[in-house]
Design a protein around this ligand. Structure first.
Ligand SMILES: [Zn+2]
Length: 683
């Protein structure tokens, strides 16, 4: 939990890695990938003034040339990079699936079996509900709260999100130890507010959700009237759980989700559960302390368990099972699942089967695939270049902190200490994940999914009680993404993102600094954003700010939050400033650091011979180009409610408007839309 990714994926939807078949590669959707990928002069729309809307100026023609494909909810330069990575992964998976001599129990065999079974739609259609029959029978046999507890635990251990979630985390105040965490959960809609908002679009989604649940119940063999009644019971329970849940903005405050309790306290919070049995089945009898992220949730859950009849809870569990597995069952389940989920994403058609199965195989076996991926596709020379840029950026922050006259000496020292202690991981892990305990067969796709979930969850739970280790990666090497983990105080850049348009060893340095440089600066800055600033150099939740420095920082954060509150998407869907503050701060600090490192290492007034532009201008084109892309209105609406990252347009314009060197380079003046007399300044 709590890891800051460069891009978010909407929870509750399938992991939506954008992918593209090799046949489509020649098509218009990837026009800009022909020749050298990355920023090109043809992308620029000269009819727009850079000082009014730099995003559209830099990307306008690219956007016209790259419409969103029907099966996508958004489409941009990084989606194209992701699709290329996925195409490479597909080759690995197909080779594994066709490998008839792979040793039993080997990773190749597991990858091949998982992928081949996922592609076997005839088998999925033939099997119908058989793969999830054990769970359906468990639910049928529930007669009391004890049975409910046992089924719930089985669900939790198989990645079926119901009632609450369990996992592990580094203790916020003692990052060396790994503890158990219980968290709110079990909602089928993307965020708590979806259950309460009264605007027409949300009401439409809620009505469609009710029909969707009822349709799936009918597919279980329940008659129409009963299915409708059951769907209503499910929504009533989910609404009650949502009412107790904290919102995403509230959950940004680490203190709000950190309540270390002795495990015995659960007997008071939720006495209806038999906790000894529960922990014994988790092999966690010896654990003492647990982080209950939201104690109110658990206290009130006790009342809910008694308030709703067992029959309603049984419907709820059936629904949670179907919501998790529908995408892997027979065609009617897959199609109905897409029909509803597309309301939230705006995709016009379902992605090809191989793309969905590739995503799923990546999710379960991602590091086994990643090991092959880096051997085949990652040039080792990129790693060294990126480390150079990273260290230049770290130095830039070091210098800027040392020269800062506003911070108190103690705050400054602690910030520099944190920066210097920040660990970086580039490209791929030193030690590869062990998949020995993962069971994969060619019996059924749904079972492979549940077994895969069970493997991943057990692997997490096995860490509890142990010391933290530094070799864990939370993203696979093939991911086009990056993250900062505050409890580890580390920044991580998988091999997948170290490619154009983010990094290109043949491109002018200015483009690399504007692109991957700003990404690196962004991740470093998460150590100092509204959330990361609560953690010290060792990853512990500890205040290292003087009162004045903290107040100044909070004022700066409020300036950013207010600015983003003023942005809307799809007409009237307002961005929540509080939700995006951390990412917007990281974007602004990240750009600042990349710029400072760039001008220190390069001559920014020089004209680049290839582009015939000053390298200073190229830097900003590199920055804007990674955000070139469009998204469907449904996707944008969902994302402003769930995603801590602002939409692409505002990640560019909303950042540049606060950055005086940009105003100088593009000569923005009063009256220009990107001119702000007093920009927000973090420090
Ligand atoms: Zn971020």
């Amino acid at each position: 939990m709590n890891v800051r990714q460069y891009f978010s994926i909407i929870p509750g939807l399938l992991i939506r890695l954008a992918v593209l078949s090799s046949i489509l590669l020649a098509g218009s959707a990837v026009a800009s990938m022909q020749g050298r990928p990355g920023f090109q002069l043809e992308n620029i729309d000269q009819s727009i003034a850079a000082a009014d809307d730099f995003y559209s100026y830099a990307n306008g023609n690219w956007l016209i040339a790259n419409p969103i494909p029907d099966e996508e909810s958004r489409w941009g330069t990084f989606n194209i990079l992701r699709s290329n990575n996925t195409r490479q992964v597909r080759y690995i998976l197909e080779a594994a699936a066709e490998n008839t001599v792979a040793e039993e129990g080997s990773e190749i065999k597991k990858i091949g079996d998982f992928y081949a079974t996922g592609l076997d739609t005839d088998k999925a259609d033939r099997l119908g509900l058989t793969p999830i029959r054990p769970e359906l029978d468990m639910i049928k046999d529930i007669n009391n709260l004890y049975d409910l507890q046992m089924t719930l635990q089985h669900f939790q251990l198989h990645g079926i999100d119901a009632i609450f979630n369990i996992g592990q985390m580094q203790d916020f105040t003692n990052s060396n130890r790994i503890i158990t965490v219980f968290d709110q959960g079990g909602l089928g809609l993307p965020e708590r507010d979806y259950y309460f908002k009264q605007d027409t679009k949300t009401l439409n989604i809620r009505n469609a959700y009710l029909r969707h649940i009822a349709t799936l119940f009918r597919m279980l063999g329940i008659n129409e009237q009963a299915a409708h009644k059951a769907a209503k019971a499910v929504i009533t329970i989910e609404t009650d759980l949502a009412r107790l849940s904290l919102s995403r903005s509230q959950r940004r405050d680490p203190a709000a989700v950190y309540h270390l309790l002795n495990k015995k306290k659960l007997n008071t919070l939720l006495p209806s559960f038999q906790w000894k049995t529960y922990f014994s089945r988790l092999d966690l009898l010896q654990t003492e302390e647990i982080n209950i992220t939201n104690p109110d949730y658990f206290q009130n859950l006790e009342k809910l368990l008694h308030h709703h009849p067992i029959s309603a809870w049984k419907y709820y569990l059936q629904w949670r099972l179907l919501d998790t597995t529908a995408r892997t069952l027979s065609a009617p389940f897959v199609n109905q699942n897409f029909a509803f989920k597309s309301m939230l994403s705006g995709s016009k058609e379902i992605k090809p089967r191989w793309r969905r199965v590739t995503d799923e195989t990546n999710r379960i076996l991602g590091f086994a695939i990643g090991h092959i991926y880096v051997d085949l596709y990652f040039p080792a020379s990129s790693k060294k270049r990126v480390i150079d840029i990273l260290e230049n950026i770290r130095n830039a922050l070091n210098v800027s902190l040392s020269e800062n006259n506003l911070l108190a000496p103690a705050t400054k020292r602690a910030a520099i200490e944190k920066l210097n202690a920040m660990r970086s991981k580039i490209a791929y892990p030193a030690n590869w994940r062990d998949y020995t305990d993962l069971v994969v067969t060619r019996d059924s796709y749904a079972r492979n999914l549940l077994n895969g979930n069970a493997f991943l969850i057990r692997r997490e739970l096995n860490k509890i009680g142990n010391q933290t280790t530094t070799n864990e990666w939370l993203m696979t090497p093939q991911s086009v993404n990056a993250y900062y983990n505050p409890s580890m105080n580390e920044i991580v850049f998988p091999a997948g993102i170290l490619q154009p348009p983010f990094f290109d060893s043949a491109a002018p340095e200015a483009l690399n600094y504007g692109a991957i440089g700003a990404v690196i600066g962004h991740e470093i800055s998460h150590g100092f954003d509204d959330q990361g600033s609560h953690f010290d150099s060792t990853g512990n939740l500890k205040n290292w700010w003087s009162l004045t420095d903290k107040n100044n920082f909070n004022n700066a954060a409020a300036c950013i939050s207010k600015q983003f509150d003023g942005y809307t998407v799809d007409g009237d869907a307002q961005i929540q400033g509080k939700l995006v503050t951390g990412e917007a701060i990281a974007d602004l600090l990240g750009l600042t650091l990349a710029w400072q490192a760039f001008v220190r290492a390069n001559n920014s007034t020089e004209i680049d011979p290839e582009f015939n532009l000053s390298t200073a201008k190229l830097f900003y084109f590199g920055f804007a180009h990674v955000w070139a892309g469009a998204a469907r209105p449904e996707y944008l609406r969902t994302s402003v409610q769930t995603d801590p990252h602002p939409p692409a347009l505002f990640r560019v314009n909303g950042t540049l408007i606060n950055f005086p060197p940009f105003m100088e380079t593009f000569n923005t003046k009063p009256g220009d839309r990107l001119y702000k007399p007093t920009p927000c300044k973090i420090w």
